[in-house]
Design a protein around this ligand. Structure first.
Ligand code: ADP
Ligand code: MG
Length: 322
């Protein structure tokens, strides 16, 4: 549906994105994840033809966004980082205005807008001035303008930024719903958001793609693999003694008591060694119940921090990780 072929964007000496290659299939919801300044908006602005690339090409349903902008843009609904709202218009006036811009057939305009107002849950505020709406509702109007004209593709730049948790869930649900009938590219610097709605995630950092896959694939690809969480019905000393007798153990860390009369440990095997079976038999020989053996995969959050080299503390302090 969209084919991005080695696009690069330079502002003077500064390279905002370099050599981005990406293909988005019809019906897919793709998440573009990256810290601020990574190049998400630049990439989206190029895909939508809003700015030009220094190098490379973008095909939208076979049409080149630079050579055939009218055909290509017709297929795209765009919600930029700052929605282009005319706040002195009512919701209805504004959507009418956008319909005219997007050349929606005059006879179909009213019905089209009614359908959109209904699906984005804006019917109740259709006569309200946009400037008097809450941020959550303004964002919905932004989404509504993107779907005017029934484009197949929706490009949404940080659609939930600045919203409160309840509004975030509402917008997220709306996007999931729209995802049933659209191809969507969605950007965010918030992991939970991306993993909640997207089929596939592309992590971008300093203008380049650094990781790609389904949320599950990413967490397996970069998994610790050999790290196992254990809950053992014994004392710490007893448990450590037994683990000492198991071969191929790299490290043991104490996670404390999470349940009365038990101890939680994280045990790491040496180079790819699966140590689960050995641990099971060792504890079973000692007649000590192992209440949990759980391999630890990296969470999307840990992957993000790893590939973007941000310190966990920094990111948590900035409130970026939810
Ligand atoms: P993101 O959306 O991921 O936060 P952007 O795409 O907005 O990142 O920005 C990527 C990089 O390009 C940043 O370093 C930013 O400062 C730079 N940049 C973006 N727009 C311009 C511009 N018009 N002129 C100069 N530099 C820009
Ligand atoms: Mg941005």
């Amino acid at each position: 549906m969209i084919k991005i072929d080695s696009i690069t964007k330079r502002y003077g000496n500064h390279t905002a994105i370099k050599n981005i290659n990406l293909e988005i299939k019809k019906g897919e919801i793709l998440g573009l994840l990256g810290p601020n300044g990574a190049g998400k908006s630049t990439t989206m602005n190029i895909i939508t033809g809003y700015i030009s690339a220094t190098d490379g090409s973008v095909l939208v349903d076979g049409f080149d966004i630079f050579k055939n902008p009218i055909q290509a843009k017709k297929r795209i609904g765009y919600l930029p980082e700052i929605p282009p709202l005319y706040t002195d218009m009512t919701v209805e006036e504004y959507l009418n205005f956008v319909s005219r811009l997007k050349k929606v057939n005059k006879n179909e305009r009213k019905e089209h807008i009614d359908t959109i107002l209904e699906s984005i849950k804006l019917t109740d505020v259709r006569k309200r001035l946009i400037k008097n709406l809450s941020k959550g509702y303004k964002q919905r109007v932004g989404l509504a303008q993107a779907i005017v004209g029934d484009p197949e593709i929706l490009i949404l730049d940080e659609p939930t930024v600045g919203l409160d948790p309840k509004q975030i869930i509402e917008i997220r649900d709306l996007i999931s719903k729209l995802g049933k009938e659209h191809t969507i590219i969605l950007s965010s610097h918030i992991l939970s958001e991306i993993s909640a709605i997207c089929d596939r995630v592309v992590i971008i950092n300093k203008g380049s793609i650094v990781a790609e896959g389904t949320p599950d694939e990413l967490s397996h690809k970069l998994s610790y693999g050999t790290k196992i969480a254990l809950r053992i019905k014994s004392s710490l000393n007893e448990a450590e003694e037994i683990i000492k007798g198991v071969s191929n153990i790299n490290s043991v860390s104490n996670e404390g008591v999470k349940e009365p009369d038990t101890i939680d440990l994280i045990v790491e095997g040496k180079n790819d060694c699966d140590i689960r079976e050995a641990l099971f038999y060792a504890f079973s020989r000692a007649n000590i119940p192992l209440l949990m053996i759980k391999p630890l995969n990296l969470t999307l959050e840990e992957i993000f921090l790893e590939v973007t080299n941000e310190s966990k503390e920094e990111s948590l302090n900035a409130g970026n990780v939810q």
